[in-house]
Structure formats: C-alpha cells, structure tokens
Design a protein around this ligand. Structure first.
Ligand code: AMP
Ligand code: MG
Length: 487
C-alpha cells in the first residue's frame, strides 16, 4: 500500500516538524490499515487556519500545499485508514471505514488535548469500495466554512486546518475540481467503530477501544467499576448536549448515520448539512433523505436510536448475564429523552433570556416556537430581533406572556440583553450564501467571497459593519433548497 513511500520520505526533509504522537496507530492492526495518500499533479493551498495551527502546537511554516494534499508526509506521521461499520439510513453495513480519508496522526495541542489530523479526499484506501477516494472543491469549502462557523458559535465540532485543490478532476454528476480538506478532530472514533468490532465478535479489540476512548475523551471515568456503562452514559450526555445545541441554532446535520456519530460528542461529517431558515420542525434539506429520517425534529430521536446501537455493542461488557445486560442498556437508553430535554431547555431558556427556572418555561418556549411555525418566521432573525429588544411581528400574541415571565427573572434588562445576544447569533452560514461562495470558487476561481463570509462567521454574536447581507433574511425564492451528499 506504500508505493510512493521512499519519495515521500525524502520530500519531508524541507518541512518543519509536527509533534506527532500517534496513539491510534499503536492500537492493534484489526483497527486500521496503513496507507499513503496518492500524490496529485498540481496542489494549490486555498486556505490555512493559522490560529488553529498554533493551537495545535504546529508551526504554520510546517504546513503547505504539498502537505495539504498528501504529496508530502510530514516526519512522524503514520498515515492510516480507520476501520468502521455503520447503519446508513437504518441499514447496517458491516464494513465502511475511511474510504476517502487518511489519518496522518495525532498531536497534543497547547491545552493538552489530543487531536487527530486527517486528510479528507487524498485518494483511495482499502476501504474505498467503488469510490475514488477523492473530494470535490465545493463540499470541501462548505465543510471548511460551516465547521469553522459552528466552532465560532461555540458548538463542539471537527475543525478545518487547510483546504487545497489538487489540480485534478473528480467525476460526480458533473466534472469538478478536486480538493483535499485537512480535518482536525478530538478523534474520528464513531458509534460505527464500535459496531465494526461487535459484529465480528472481536471482544478484545472492543475492550481496547473502550479503554482508548475513555482515556482520550472521558479520562475522569478511569478506574470506575463498570467502564462500558460509564462510557455509554458519558456518550449519551455528550450527544444529548450536542444535538440540543444543533436545535438551538437551527442546524440540520442531514446524514446522522451511526458512522457519522462521534463518540467524543463533536459534530462530524458535513455533507448535506444546512441551516433552517423559516422555523419548521419538519425541515429536511438532503436530496437523499427521501423519508425525512434526519429532519430537524427527528435529530434527538435519531441520536437516541444511534446510542441504542452503541449500547448493543457494549452488552458483553455491561453484564455477564445477557438478559441483565439488555435490561441495563435499555434502561439507560430510555433515559435519553429526559437528558436531551434538560440540555434543550437550559439552552432555550437562555435564548429567551431567562436565568431562572420555572415549571412553565418549557410550555412558554414551545408556544413561541408554535407561533414562529404558524408565521413561517425565520429562526435566526426572530431570536436575534428579540435579543435586540425589538418585537418580532410573528410573536405579537406571545410577547405578553414572555414579558410577564421576565418580571419574575432576577436579571436586569441589560443583563438579559447581553445573555440573549451571546446565544442568539446574528450570523449563520445561510444556505444560499454558501452556494454563492462555492459557485464563485468553482466557476471563477474566486475565493474572495469565501474569505469574506468566513470572516463574518468568525464573530457570529456581534453585529458587524458592512455585514448586513449575511444577517439578512434569505430571498423569498429560497424555499426548496436541496443539499447533496457525495462530498
Ligand atoms: P459519508 O456518507 O460521506 O459519511 O460516507 C460513507 C462512507 O462512504 C464512508 O465509508 C466513506 O469513506 C465512503 N465514501 C464516500 N465517498 C467516497 C469516495 N469518493 N471514495 C471512497 N469512499 C467514499
Ligand atoms: Mg461519514
């Protein structure tokens, strides 16, 4: 699998070192396959995230177009493709794996957090099946922009370190410019990673995976009596928190398959994702989500479904008696709606400016959302308008109940305003604007719109002069927006 290894090693000499420490590569060979990127003809760096590089403890000088496309492998990297399985739209596929992604390795960042550095689109791997292992420029730019926007919104997510074009074409429905995204994640371990070993009854690998995930993502759990159970609870809480955060900004992931569900609780795999404009819980954007399985309002039930799949993989570790293990797992997974509601309610309380808690708050928030749905009010603009002490038309029948509730909240008007403005963004990556920046890049090699939009989205909670367009309502004809998978 390493036909180009020698040449690549020689090319790395010129680069400044990246302080790799590759813990996943040290796990058994059942979990991954070593594979080098396939070199490309004419790499060009589109974007480098220098603040992120520094956060990772990487000198930006160590990064360039050759590294970004995989033509040069930095010293200390151990390129590999990870094995995983997954339920795709409810159907189990026992072997997926990194078909168009190669993990270069891990670094421990300046805050002591271990982070994966992965190339997405660097060529075929043993898991590529019929695919070309490549990515197209449009989806790479979308992932760069949206993942960085999510991070700026304060939502756990994979990050974007570099985007580069390859100089080669990829063949999808159309012929498109090829590109590679350098993605950074707490890890790329998914619910589907556990499923890969469970379906093979490889309990030794599963045990090592449990230990690895606890050490890496939930170190406080080290030494607990039942690590698998503690891990299940921890992943449930992380997923409940994450998916409630999505709900709070109108984010629709679009393809919440178990292989796109990270055990660290980060948002991962920005394919057909999109942000809701008019509030409607049934909103679906993905062209391949025919039945609305991953609609806005289904995201919490689907997260629970995915966690049930995780629980199944852990049964042998929950209790030696299988029936008892199933009973324990069922009880835990059934607690998910309550855990989710706790996170959701805490978030939406802040969105309507409450620092105190009352029993009627959930109903108050729900009646607001109902009014927004009736009026087809824009989700982002409505909450932001309310935060700026203006009265959204759609809420005129709801506002008296809110004002009455605020009387019993301890904050001053100014404190409430600050709170609301810190959780209700002025700017989200509007779908039609994302399309615009992609079109400019793909058709005209014009990256200025991408840069301009990225700059605005880096500060989503403060109005910026000249950025009105990014915070405005979308054009009326934007209904029926569709996203496509095939990154
Ligand atoms: P996704 O739905 O994008 O998360 O991808 C599902 C699976 O298909 C993963 O195993 C991917 O690695 C694989 N895959 C998607 N696109 C390609 C491609 N162009 N070449 C090879 N594998 C791919
Ligand atoms: Mg995926």
């Amino acid at each position: 699998m390493r036909p180009t290894g020698l040449i690549l090693q020689a090319m790395t000499e010129a680069h400044r070192p990246i302080p790799f420490d590759n813990s996943y590569a040290r796990l058994p060979g059942t979990m991954h396959v070593g594979v080098d990127p396939t070199p490309v003809s004419a790499p060009r760096l589109i974007k480098m995230n220098e603040p992120l590089a520094r956060e990772l403890g990487i000198d930006p000088a160590a990064l360039d177009a050759e590294v970004a496309v995989g033509n040069a492998i930095p010293a200390g990297a151990s390129p590999l493709a990870q094995a995983y399985a997954g339920h795709q739209f409810g159907n189990f596929v026992p072997q997926l794996g990194d078909g168009r992604a190669i993990l270069l390795g891990e670094v421990v960042d300046v805050n002591g957090r271990r982070r994966d550095i992965q190339l997405k689109g660097p060529g075929r791997t043993p898991f590529s099946r019929g695919g070309d292992g490549r990515a197209a420029l449009g989806p790479v730019l979308r992932e760069y922009l949206v993942s960085e926007a999510m991070n700026a919104l304060g939502i756990p997510t994979t990050r974007a370190l570099m985007a580069a074009t390859t100089g080669e074409r990829v063949y999808r429905d159309a012929v498109l410019p090829g590109a590679v995204l350098t993605r950074v994640a707490a890890s790329h371990i998914r619910v589907g990673t556990f499923q890969f070993f469970a379906v093979r009854k490889d309990f030794e690998s599963l045990r090592l995976l449990i230990d690895h995930v606890i050490a890496r993502h939930y170190p406080d759990l080290k030494g607990v009596e039942n690590p698998a159970l503690a891990l299940l609870d921890a992943v449930m809480d992380a997923q409940a928190s994450l998916v409630s955060r999505w709900a709070q900004v109108g984010f629709i992931h679009g393809v919440m398959n178990t292989d796109n569900s990270s055990v660290s609780g980060e948002t991962i795999d920005y394919g057909p994702c999109a942000f809701m404009d008019a509030y409607d819980p049934g909103t679906v954007f993905s062209s391949i989500d025919t039945y609305g399985r991953y609609a806005y309002a289904n995201q919490a039930p689907i997260a629970q479904w995915n966690l049930a799949r995780l629980a199944e993989t852990l049964l042998a570790f929950l209790n030696e008696n299988r029936e008892e293990a199933i009973r324990i797992a069922t009880e835990r997974v059934e607690a998910f709606p309550a855990i989710y509601t706790k996170h959701w309610l805490a978030g939406f309380r802040r969105k309507i400016g409450l620092a105190s808690e009352e029993d009627g708050d959930l109903d108050l928030i729900q009646s607001m959302l109902d009014a927004m749905q009736m009026a087809r009010a824009d989700f982002t603009v409505t909450f932001r308008t309310l935060s700026n002490d203006e009265e959204p038309e759609a809420l005129k029948h709801w506002l008296p109940a809110w004002r009455e509730r605020l009387v019993r909240d301890p904050q001053t008007t100014e404190e409430r305003r600050v709170l609301m403005r810190s959780v209700n963004p002025a700017y989200i990556p509007r779908n039609y604007l994302v399309e615009e920046i992609i079109t400019a890049a793909v058709e005209d090699q014009d990256y200025a719109p991408f840069e301009a939009m990225l700059r605005v989205l880096m500060n989503p909670y403060g109005e910026q002069v000249g950025a009105e367009r990014y915070g405005a309502l979308p054009p009326e004809n934007e209904t029926g927006y569709r996203t496509f998978c095939g990154t």
